[in-house]
Write a protein that binds this ligand. Structure first.
Ligand SMILES: [Zn+2]
Length: 377
């Protein structure tokens, strides 16, 4: 190798190293620029940008799996072990399984509702062992804000919480303070459930200021906020969702469209309604799904399940990482005999939801196709 060749190689090597170094520095710099521009922006929390996976929620309406009170004549077959079997695969598959527990889990106690000499009084309590069925079927969170959760007083509310806590099932709505909101960790995200009813113990659908406050508070702590409400009139005359305050048995049962929009404005990403014991329509507001009534679901023995009251469903909802409604699916069921959940091949619940959504929310109803697939319009 000549001196000239050696020199050329040396120059080339130095130059190469220089370029490589320059490139590396450039890379580091651009990364730093990216990082600093991210921190300068008003990104709320780093977790919010971390995971963009969608979340699925399976939801059922009113659940009262069997009550030995006022007497044991209407307990379910096989001690209730089979009640949730037909729906279990749907709840197990979803990221979150939700339902409204229409009555306390309690093995005894006194019902303040039913004094002596009132044998036909509507008060229920489910055996605490029945909570295992919820766990096995894939339920993660129960609403305990409704007009039967207090049927066995404060003691019944305590045993309900204790029973669910023991099984690792969250609950929302046991009162308006400490137990109003439950938080779940799902796919690296915090999901809040805030539960409302029409009584004075839980957060109340009629108090919009309180509702906004509770939802905002949950929204600060969580990435996704789901609102559950138990409201509206009940029965065959209550299938339409009126845009005014409903009164039933002298009780204000909420202006539910107004309430639902108020909570979405305050940060709610999904609103799940129940209480009328019949299905009601759905609408999409600000890219968020509002389901006004999920109807009767896994209610055994003590309810009238004729006609529309026996139409049941599991609502499966997929929301994106910001809480926007992506798509949904109605799994249609019918409650046979005294309350046996049975898949419904006639798709009755699908047709009802489509019909009522278009009737009550002609401009904002989601699209519901023949297979029960729900999409934003
Ligand atoms: Zn109810």
């Amino acid at each position: 190798m000549s001196k000239l060749q050696t020199l050329t190689i040396a120059v080339a090597l130095t130059f190469g190293v220089f370029i490589a170094l320059a490139c590396q520095t450039g890379l580091v710099n651009s990364e730093e620029t990216l990082k600093s521009s991210k921190t300068e922006k008003v990104e709320p929390t780093p977790e919010k940008v971390k995971n963009t996976e969608n979340i699925t929620i399976a939801a059922g309406g009113d659940m009262m799996m069997g009550s030995p009170f006022p007497n044991a004549s209407r307990m379910p077959p096989n001690d209730g072990k089979d009640l949730l079997k037909p729906v279990a695969p749907i709840f197990q598959k979803a990221d979150i399984g939700f339902g409204n527990l229409e009555g306390p889990l309690a093995d005894g106690g006194v019902s303040p509702k039913c004094g002596r000499g009132r044998p036909n009084c509507f008060a229920f309590r489910m055996p605490t062992r029945y909570a295992n069925y919820l766990k096995e079927a894939g339920f993660d969170i129960m609403s305990v804000a409704n007009n039967h959760a207090g049927d066995f007083g404060a003691r019944g509310r305590i045993t309900t919480r204790q029973t669910l806590d023991r099984l690792g099932i969250k609950h929302a709505g046991s009162d308006k303070g400490r137990y109003s909101t439950a938080y779940l960790d799902v796919k690296g995200k915090k999901v809040a459930f805030v539960a409302f009813a029409t009584n004075s113990i839980s957060l109340n659908v009629n108090n919009l200021a309180e509702a906004r406050r509770a939802v905002r508070q949950a929204d600060q702590k969580a990435d996704i906020v789901v609102v559950s409400f138990h409201g509206g009139a009940e029965g065959l005359k209550a299938i339409r969702t009126p845009k005014r305050t409903e009164i039933f048995f002298g009780e204000r049962r909420g202006n539910l469209p107004l309430f639902s929009k108020a909570v979405v404005d305050a940060g709610a990403d999904l609103v799940l309604g129940h209480g009328p014991h019949v299905l009601r329509g759905m609408e999409v507001y600000k890219d968020r799904l509002i389901a006004y009534s999920l109807g009767n679901f896994a209610t055994y023995g003590w309810f009238n399940l004729r006609g529309p009251k026996g139409e049941s469903l599991v609502l499966e909802v997929e929301i994106d990482s910001e809480g926007k409604f992506v798509k949904g699916k109605i799994h249609p069921f019918v409650l046979k005999a005294r309350g046996i959940l049975t898949p419904d091949k006639t798709n009755s619940a699908i047709n009802t939801i489509r019909r009522l959504s278009l009737l009550d929310f002609p401009k904002t109803a989601p699209k519901v196709d023949a297979d029960g697939i729900i999409t934003p319009q």
